[in-house]
Structures are given as C-alpha cells and as structure tokens.
Design a protein around this ligand. Structure first.
Ligand SMILES: [Zn+2]
Length: 188
C-alpha cells in the first residue's frame, strides 16, 4: 500500500490489489484552522493569553482526532486487503523535493503530517504491518502508465500517453512502487 499525504486531501491510499481511497476532509480542516486563527487574532488584541492557549489546544485536539480516524481507517483497510507493507513518504526528505514544496506552504502544519505518520506507524505495528518510509522524489511527476515525467497543473494529472488520474492518486501509486531507502524502515 502507498499513501500520499497532503493538505487538500489529507491522505490518499492505493493498494497493489487496485483499491484507491481518499481519506479526511481537507476543506473542513482549512476552515477549522482559519476559524481558530481568527479567534486567536481577536483574543490577541484583547491580550487574553489563556484564552488563546485554549483555542490552540482545541485546534490541536481537532487535528489529533482527525489523524486518529484517518490512521485507523488506513490500518483497517490494510488489514482487510491483506497488506503487509505500508509505504509513506519520508518527511526528512520533504524540503529536498519539488513535490513537497507545495506541502511546505506557509499555512502548513508540519506537525500534523508527522503526527499522522506516527499514528499510522504504531497502529500498523499493532496489526503486524510494516511501515516503510520512501524517498518522495518525483512521486508526483512520474506517469504510472508509461514512466514519463509530467508536472500536474491542477488536481488532475494528465500524460500524453493518455493516462489521467487525480494527482494525489498518482503520488500514492508512485510511493507504493518506490524502492526502500537503505535500511530506513520503521515499525513503530
Ligand atoms: Zn504516460
């Protein structure tokens, strides 16, 4: 199984058995982040520091809850499909690759990705499924059908060979096919 993490679609997973699943609600997450940000700004003007902290905690709890739900869904589906290895993009590679520059957008909460990866990691470990981090280089660009590099212009990936799919699905397929980084696997 390969998983592509993002802001617009929190997680897209594909399995070698041909299943694709879009998980989470990026639009709602964005709305929630905006709401808490604007609440914090208002409170900032009034110097209500403990109220600001409360707002921040509420937002963290919301994202944590989302990450628990998404990771649970992923691991349940992996078990159901008889998946033995889950591949994720390595977060330590994130700044070095083009695909991740969009993920480093100013409103990105890196800790959210890290938390989701951690949750997937320990839930998978409990289910006896191995989680492996792979180098995400070019995973958003390679055509899964013919191997040519293209840059997705919008949410749809289009190749001159005729292949087209949601860009995050393409990412997940290429992550699934990506070789393992030397010994950089993690089971918890
Ligand atoms: Zn192609």
């Amino acid at each position: 199984m390969g998983i592509d993490l993002g802001l617009k679609v929190p997680a897209v997973l594909v399995t070698s058995t041909g299943k694709t699943k879009f998980l989470g609600n990026g639009r709602k997450n964005k709305y929630i982040r905006r709401k808490y940000n604007s609440n914090r700004r208002k409170l900032g003007k009034l110097k209500k520091l403990s109220a600001i902290r409360k707002q921040r905690n509420k937002e963290s709890r919301y994202m944590k809850d989302q990450n628990h739900k998404i990771s649970r869904h992923i691991v349940n589906l992996a078990q159901h499909e008889g998946v033995s290895i889950i591949k994720l993009e390595s977060l330590t590679h994130i700044r070095k690759t083009t695909r991740t520059s969009r993920k480093n957008a100013k409103n990105l909460h890196n800790w959210t990705f890290y938390q989701l990866q951690t949750f997937i990691g320990y839930k998978a470990a409990m289910a006896g499924i191995q989680v492996i981090e792979v180098n995400p280089a070019y995973t958003s660009q390679l055509c899964p059908a013919c191997g040519v590099k293209n840059k997705a212009k919008d949410r749809t990936y289009q190749c001159s060979c005729g292949y087209s799919a949601h860009r995050d699905r393409v990412g997940a397929i290429n992550i699934m096919r990506q070789p393992v980084i030397d010994g950089n696997s993690r089971s918890a």
